[in-house]
Structure formats: C-alpha cells, structure tokens
Design a protein around this ligand. Structure first.
Ligand SMILES: [Zn+2]
Ligand SMILES: [Zn+2]
Length: 240
C-alpha cells in the first residue's frame, strides 16, 4: 500500500513529493533586478548591475544568486530542514536551487558547502549545505568538483542570527580555514560556496576570504534565500 507524501511546507497529504498546490504559488522567486554582488533587490536596473553599497565597497564575492525571497513559505522550509532534521527535503532544495547553480557553475568550479564545526556536526549529524551541494553536483551535467572538506570550520561560533553586521563579522573572523592537503586545488580556479540563507553575507565573505588567500580566481555563491534584515523584521512582526 502506498502512503501519500506530506507537503514540505504545511504537512498536508499530497500524492507526489514536494510542495502542495496551495503553498507552491506562495514561494516567491527573487524579483528582478537584484544586485549581482549581494542579491539585494533593486528598485531599478543599474549600469553596474549592483547596488550602491556594493558599488562603493565591492564585496569579496563576485556574484551571488539567491533563488527565493525569504517569506513565510521559504522560512518554513528552512526551519524544517534546519531544526526538524527533515533530511528528505534535500531533494526539494536541490531542485529549487538548480537553475541558479547552473548559471554559476563551470566544469572546473570547486563547489564548497559552508562547513559546520565538528561539534555542531556531531550534534546534528548532517550538514544541510553539504547535502544540497552534493545533490546539485550529482544532477549537474558537467560534473563540477564537489569539495566538502576543502574548507574547515575551526571555531564553534555562537549563532549569528539576530546580530548586527559588525557583530557578525567580528564573531565569524577566523572561523574558517583551508584544508592544507587540498589548498592547491584553489590556485587559478573559481569556487562556489553553497549556503541556505544569506542576510548580511558575513559568513560567505569570511569563507571566501580564505579561498582567495589561496589564490582562488573568483568566488560566486548560490543560496536558497535572501533574507533582508528589513524582511526579517516585517516577517517577525507578522508571525507574532
Ligand atoms: Zn502545503
Ligand atoms: Zn549589493
């Protein structure tokens, strides 16, 4: 006897894997135009393709594509994946991220999931960024180079959610290092860190900094959600 599956967002019974017809239209793809360097939504297209902040202080990452906007639906998916150990959601995340991944990936791109500190990994038993990255690489036709152990997290930092930009940067400083046995891979190549959510970009920037120290050429990044601080505040007040 076949059991119906559950909608990944609202847990309604459905007869296929994924998201139900009621939740699906509420998942908002990132509107265009968005800043190519930080994925912030722009009111109008700019000549440089980036926002004023990135134009004045260019970030270390060359390009970021966030696939979806942070709203009640994407937040629910993230929370289930993150805290309810719903590992089966990896397939859905990978499918939803695939177009952004294809745009950024070349055959020689090093795909680097943002690592967890070993202590946190032992507690959680999986790293969702690694699971998504592995699935994306498997599905991608030109087999990019999946490198889950190239970047290591050496400091078990406190959670940065809710912190201001400057606090986040301070907390994450020195959190990552490059695996010395693999650092030659970075010379002259481009890397593509994979993460689930970006808010200020502090985590991605700190990770990218390490790869550039090893002469990596470009750093592009793909993420599931762009969470603007302002979106976050509005969302919180709506949920309360
Ligand atoms: Zn649903
Ligand atoms: Zn920007």
């Amino acid at each position: 006897m076949a059991f119906p599956a559950l909608c990944a967002v609202c847990d309604t019974h459905i007869y296929y894997d994924g998201i139900c017809a009621n939740c699906w239209p509420k998942l908002e793809p990132m509107p265009e135009p968005a800043c190519r360097k930080c994925a912030r939504i722009l009111h109008h297209q700019t000549i440089t393709g980036c926002c004023e902040v990135c134009f004045l202080n260019p970030p270390i990452i060359t390009q970021i594509i966030a696939a979806y906007r942070y709203n009640v639906i994407s937040k629910s998916l993230i929370l289930k994946f993150k805290y309810a150990d719903r590992l089966e959601l990896t397939t859905i995340f990978s499918t939803l991220l695939s177009p952004a991944f294809n745009q950024l990936c070349n055959p020689d791109t090093l795909v680097i999931p943002i690592p967890l500190h070993p202590a946190r990994y032992c507690k959680r038993m999986f790293n969702r960024s690694s699971e998504i990255a592995r699935n994306l690489c498997k599905a991608h036709e030109c087999t990019p180079l999946y490198q889950p152990s190239l970047l290591e997290r050496v400091v078990n930092t406190e959670r940065v959610g809710g912190m201001r930009r400057s606090q986040r940067a301070k907390t994450l400083k020195g959190a990552f290092t490059i695996n010395h046995q693999k650092q030659n891979l970075l010379i002259g190549n481009s890397c593509l860190p994979i993460d689930d959510v970006i808010t200020t970009g502090s985590t991605i920037s700190e990770a990218a900094k390490k790869t550039f120290e090893c002469r990596c050429l470009t750093g592009k990044c793909t993420l599931f959600c762009k969470r603007a601080l302002i979106d976050n505040i509005q969302l919180t007040s709506r949920l309360i």
